[in-house]
Ligand binder design. Structure first.
Ligand code: GAL
Length: 403
């Protein structure tokens, strides 16, 4: 009898924990893609998502690295079916989610979907609570590659427990899925979510506003400020998520979109475009596909950048890159132009004995090296940035070998 009890205990343990933990080797650099929420909210349908997938390819965004097409809240029918399965809204997604996933995959892209750890999503659609394993199997059957999991209708639920359950469910369903927590930073997921998720939101919702703070939405400056101190929690496969991009959306000027994109790249943030790709201007496309900035964001070392110093009208953000290179972002958050003197030999994070080639990224200019041009003034325009990449001229032997 004792043996039988022991057998069942071991079996139970295995069922509970043998699949524990997220899928490894996913999101080794910050995920890139497009998400429907920032522009469309619940006004989505399969035509919009398919057209967006088409434009991701035809615009060159896919080639620049944008990969996941994420359908946010509003895709579901108001109720599950009789068997408790999630079903899409038949008017918005008449061909079904498997067909949509197939279409997205046929374009060489990946399929992302939204749901919620609570009983309902923030817009009242069925949530995952109590259905996690069933939903994970449904997503696997639809070919879902990315799940954004929200945090509405969660009274008396522990975030750690609820998200671990969904993570285990995805694991048990067997299809590798990037798991994105959207718990708004309430319970400091950076402290506990590394083993169950690939990214976690650090704040409430972003809005297309440079500087504003509403109850449920924050401006770019507010969100940026909330990232300070979180850099130590990010790395390959586990990222802080300061929310999706508002680049190109009506509430931001071109300078503000440029600053937003540059700083999200410095932060090693997931780059989820949130604009209407069908009406995107050339300027917006140029910002979103700036290859040199994307290379900084996607750098294999996976270090999140941080604010090195701040004076009124000027902030310096830095990000360490592979092979001893650095990215430096000068940001002027104010409405007046600000002047800054750069003296590379005294620049804190650099090795003063090492020579770096300096590339000014937005105007695409090589400025010489930290020794040939080591002391100069720049003007940073209001709400704008200057981003430099400093490439070490002499890589160590083992670094050269690795290349
Ligand atoms: C919020 C989330 C948004 C969006 C929205 C959908 O909680 O932060 O990014 O997903 O829910 O209802």
């Amino acid at each position: 009898m004792k043996k039988l009890i022991l057998f069942f205990l071991v079996l139970l343990f295995n069922i509970q924990y043998c699949h524990a933990g997220k899928f490894e080797n996913l999101a080794l650099t910050p995920p890139m893609g497009w998400n429907s929420w920032n522009t469309f909210e619940v006004n989505i349908n399969e035509k919009l998502i398919m057209e967006t997938a088409d434009i991701l390819v035809s615009s060159g965004m896919k080639e620049a690295g944008y990969e996941y097409v994420v359908v946010d809240d509003g895709w579901e029918a108001m109720e599950r079916d009789k068997m408790g399965n999630l079903i899409p809204d038949p008017q918005k997604f008449p061909s079904g989610m498997k067909a949509l996933g197939d279409y997205i995959h046929s374009k060489g892209l990946k399929f992302g979907i939204h749901n919620c750890a609570g009983t309902k999503t923030c817009n009242g659609f069925p949530g995952a609570r109590g259905y996690e394993y069933q939903d994970a199997r449904t997503y696997a059957s639809w070919g879902v590659d990315y799940l954004k999991h929200d945090w509405c209708s969660t009274t008396n639920i522990s975030a750690r427990e609820a998200y671990a359950t969904m993570s285990n469910a995805l694991r048990a369903a067997g299809r590798p899925v990037v798991f994105s927590l959207c718990e708004w930073g309430t319970d400091k997921p950076w402290e506990w979510a590394k083993d169950i998720a690939h990214l976690w939101r650090t704040t409430g919702d972003i809005t297309d506003c440079y500087d504003c703070q509403e109850v449920y939405s924050l401006g770019f400056l507010q969100i940026l400020a909330m990232q300070e101190g979180l850099e130590k929690y990010a790395g390959p496969g586990h990222w802080n998520d300061p929310d999706m991009l508002e680049v190109g959306n009506p509430g931001l000027t071109v300078s503000e979109s440029r600053s937003h994109f540059s700083l999200w790249c410095i932060l090693a943030a997931p780059l989820m475009a949130g604009n209407d790709l069908r009406s995107m201007t050339d300027e917006t496309l140029a910002i979103l596909t700036n290859r040199e900035l994307i290379a900084i964001n996607q750098d294999a070392l996976g270090k999140q950048g941080y604010k090195m110093i701040e004076h009124p009208g000027k902030e310096i953000w830095v990000k360490e890159l592979s092979s001893g290179d650095w990215a430096v972002c000068l940001f002027n958050p104010t409405g007046q132009p600000s002047k800054m003197r750069i003296k590379w030999p005294q620049f804190w994070v650099l090795d003063s004995k090492t020579e770096y080639e300096v590339r000014d990224i937005w105007p695409q200019k090589d400025l010489g090296t930290t020794q040939t041009k080591n002391d100069f003034f720049v003007t940073i325009e209001p709400h704008d940035v200057i981003v430099y990449r400093l490439n070490k001229t002499q890589k160590d032997d083992h670094e050269t070998e690795k290349k």
